[in-house]
Design a protein around this ligand. Structure first.
Ligand code: PAF
Length: 273
């Protein structure tokens, strides 16, 4: 596995090899969810590039940038074991300079849900993803469905900026107890982890109601609030796959999204129906 930190060196290297490239952008602290992205990329491309970069511009001033888990050596081993061809490991100075050109998240869909609780977050995500996609020039880039709003906004950016990359959504990976895998799960105490299980339970409750043909979104949200209590809920939202409000579940075109604070840890989860 080649490890490259200079964006220009990586661009040059990839331009020379003339092979299909699958790209998995990450912020490190790799877990089974990332491994699933890498596996999908390996199946569908000749070369797989993974980036590890804890992007400062997507953290708000009071967020966990400094304590975000960093596991560089373990991550390198995981990438090697997964058969990654190139690991892109830049430093902040390799990616950002002063007085930067930025990508702005869209006014509506970038400022609802997580964008409402973390204003500016998605502009930081889109800016770094634009940079990474331009550096890697991949044929396909892989993103997890757990960060559904991020996935949606990146897909919008690629379409609206006429970019030459296919965005591939990859299913959520869950622990055996149902909790969606996230690098932030390491922040949870044993007790908090038990409380966090209310999140997947609330989504399970929603799917059971839908199975009984209860399709009114208000009714489903009410039942989910009851399962989640007394967690501090940031939002429960039921949207179509274009991230617009709906009053009734449209099977094949709906996402149910939850964000809750467990202790100080913000956890996201969702189901696609
Ligand atoms: O999902 C993530 O890990 C990050 O938001 C991403 C897409 C790598 C951009 O920093």
């Amino acid at each position: 596995m080649k490890i490259i930190s200079d964006p220009f060196e990586l661009k040059k290297y990839l331009q020379k090899i003339h092979k299909s490239v699958g790209f998995v952008p990450t912020m490190g602290a790799l877990h089974e969810g990332h491994i699933e992205l890498i596996k999908n990329a390996k199946k569908e491309n000749e070369i797989v590039v993974v980036s590890i970069f804890v992007n400062p511009t997507q953290f708000l001033a009071d967020e966990d940038l400094d304590k975000y888990p960093r596991k560089d050596e373990a991550d390198k081993k995981i990438c090697q074991l997964c058969g990654v061809d190139v690991l892109f490991f830049p430093k902040a100075d390799d990616i950002y300079s002063y007085d930067e050109v930025k990508v702005c998240a869209p006014d509506v869909r970038g400022y609802i849900l997580e964008g409402a609780t973390r204003p500016g977050h998605f502009s930081g995500v889109l800016t770094v993803v634009m940079k990474l996609l331009n550096i890697v020039s991949a044929d396909k880039a892989y993103f997890g469905k757990k960060d559904a709003q991020q996935l949606h906004l990146i897909s919008l950016m690629v379409k609206q900026f006429f970019m030459n990359v296919s965005i591939v959504p990859v299913d959520i990976v869950r622990d055996s107890d149902g909790l969606a895998l996230s690098s932030r799960n390491v922040y949870l105490s044993e007790k908090e982890r038990q409380e966090a299980l209310k999140i997947p339970k609330s989504l399970y409750t929603a799917s059971q109601l839908i199975g009984k043909n209860i399709l009114k979104t208000q009714e489903i949200k009410k039942a989910m609030f009851e399962v989640l209590a007394p967690l501090s809920i940031e939002y429960i939202e039921i949207l179509n796959r274009n991230f617009e409000m709906i009053e009734e579940i449209e099977l094949g075109n709906t996402i149910i999204l939850v964000e809750a604070l467990v202790g100080k840890t913000r956890l996201l989860d969702n189901i696609w129906l």
